[in-house]
Write a protein that binds this ligand. Structure first.
Ligand code: UN1
Length: 507
């Protein structure tokens, strides 16, 4: 006799207890934390008051002043322990991502793996915060660059990567010697609490970190604004919509704080005449329907060459019709719920606009074969006569607009004709096209791929995009430099004082 499966709320609460989230984090009058799987309330979370938020920033500022003096490789040891704790907690935290954000099981686990990966990267980085030595024009002088910790790093993250985005910023910021104040999405408070409990465990094993080194502010927009406006926060990384970035960016600029903006995407793929269509089909399906279309890197526009359109698009339509939608915990599900009803309403609105613009919609609409309040959508593939109307903007839902093209230069121009500039890809076996796409005159995005879709980047590369995507870079490569300040040092070890540019000033 098997016992009845635990409800989402029961399972989530058991995980929170196992991960060590204290009871004091919850309060009956607090903000409800919902599961998009069933729409049920999992818990009521005690929110941070504005006074508490300011005090937390103050603690983080004080923590920074101590942490910056800890040698960087020792700071790396803290992140190594965090990576270990995340490995231990991977199943629980990944499951909680599924329960709170609605991702399918392998994507929930994948998100935690991305956290582990960035910890590994940051541990190595902690011994590689290199500056240059530069040739100087003056005799008996040396010129060099030194990278110093910057201060409190604010992190504002979105519901769709509720924990990984924090880690891409925090793992780097912490080895760089900064402290971190995190304002997670108000839709994913539980995974934030769980992550914080894991951080505290790593801190204890490390032998203690300065109080306030990692703070979490739980609440709505007003709490995020406190972080944006506080002059004790010299660098802020914000992930979310372009509309959010338009508010946050100018406020940071006004006080000359550094902004790492990771905003909307309107990512496209081109399928060229020579493309391996089987491979393209799989790449497109994952990039367009994975995470129910709720990645900033989700594929939203597809340009198919007229010579292969009739081979590829009917096959894609078939895949759209047969993809398994439903409870993300169930084996075989590929498309879980949308985060809430508002997301579904936005999807419906975009599809109406697409129809009005002459689009032919396959799929779409509410998927109702679920016995609860979760909001599930059928992914939509829309054949569009041209790139107009809703195609020009990001709708955070599983809609793929498909268009024909005939000329390579024209399709590159169309590809680049939208506001966002995050990710892009081309499916082609033609070397000239592939190279042209990633060249100076090709894709204008921060990420440009060949024969893989635009989503699912690994952490080793710098992640982010241009134009209305905001220009910030997180994760790998030299993204760490945004979390530090650079000093140029010139040292005179001689007994004369030669001036640069040959200037004479004899007193
Ligand atoms: C996001 O959706 O905010 O490249 C980030 C990807 C993931 C990150 C997505 N590694 O799809």
């Amino acid at each position: 006799v098997s016992s009845a499966p635990a409800s989402v709320a029961d399972e989530a609460r058991a995980i929170l207890a196992r991960l060590g989230v204290p009871e004091s984090a919850f309060a009956s009058g607090g903000r409800p934390a919902l599961s998009p799987i069933t729409g049920e309330v999992i818990a009521h979370v005690r929110e941070t008051t504005p006074e508490e938020a300011k005090a937390a920033i103050g603690r983080a500022d004080a923590a920074f002043k101590a942490w910056r003096k800890v040698p960087a490789p020792k700071r790396g040891e803290f992140i190594r322990l965090l990576g270990e704790e995340l490995r231990t907690a991977k199943d629980d935290l990944g499951r909680l991502v599924t329960l709170e954000a609605g991702k399918i099981v392998s994507e929930g686990l994948g998100e935690v793996q991305e956290m582990i990966d960035i910890c590994d990267f940051a541990v190595g980085l902690s011994r590689q915060l290199y500056g240059l030595t530069i040739a100087t024009e003056r005799a008996d002088h040396r010129m060099m660059e030194t990278w110093h910790p910057l201060g409190v790093c604010g992190v504002i993250s979105a519901f769709n990567f509720p924990v990984a985005v924090w880690s891409w910023n925090a793992a780097l910021a912490l080895v760089c010697g900064d402290s971190v104040v995190w304002k997670p999405s108000e839709k994913t408070l539980l995974t934030a609490l769980a992550t914080h409990a894991i951080v505290e465990r790593a801190a204890k094993r490390f032998g203690g970190v300065p109080e306030g080194l990692c703070e979490v502010l739980l609440g709505g927009r007003e709490i995020g604004e406190i972080l944006v406006e506080d002059h004790r926060v010299p660098v802020l990384s914000a992930t979310g919509s372009t509309a959010m970035g338009r508010q946050v960016g100018p406020k940071l600029a006004e006080r000359f704080a550094r902004a790492i903006l990771e905003l909307g995407g309107n990512n496209a793929a081109i399928v060229a005449p020579s493309a391996d269509l089987d491979l393209a089909l799989r790449g497109i399906a994952f990039a367009a329907m994975g995470t129910a279309g709720q990645r900033c890197t989700t594929l939203r526009r597809l340009f198919v060459h007229e010579s292969v359109y009739d081979q590829l698009v009917p096959r894609l339509v078939k895949v759209y019709g047969s993809v398994k939608i439903g409870d993300p915990r169930a084996e075989g599900t590929l498309v879980g719920p949308l985060i809430d009803k508002a997301a579904f309403d936005n999807m419906e609105r975009a599809l109406d606009e697409a129809r009005a613009a002459g689009g032919k919609v396959h799929g779409g609409g509410r998927y109702t074969d679920v016995a609860n309040e979760g909001v599930y959508a059928r992914p939509a593939l829309v054949e569009m006569p041209s790139q107009t109307g809703p195609v020009m903007r990001e709708t955070f839902a599983p809609i793929l607009y498909v268009m024909r093209y005939s000329d390579f230069d024209d399709v590159i121009a169309l590809h680049n004709a939208v506001g966002a500039g995050l990710s892009s890809s081309i499916f082609t076996l033609n070397l000239r096209e592939a190279e042209a796409f990633v060249s100076v005159a090709g894709s204008d995005c921060g990420i440009a791929n060949v024969n893989i879709g635009p989503s699912g980047a690994e952490i080793g590369g710098a992640f982010g995009g241009e134009k209305e995507t905001g220009g910030g870079r997180e994760s790998g490569s030299d993204a760490w430099k945004a979390y530090m300040r650079r000093a140029t040092n010139t040292i005179n070890y001689g007994s004369t004082l030669p001036l640069a540019q040959g200037v004479k000033f004899d007193v």
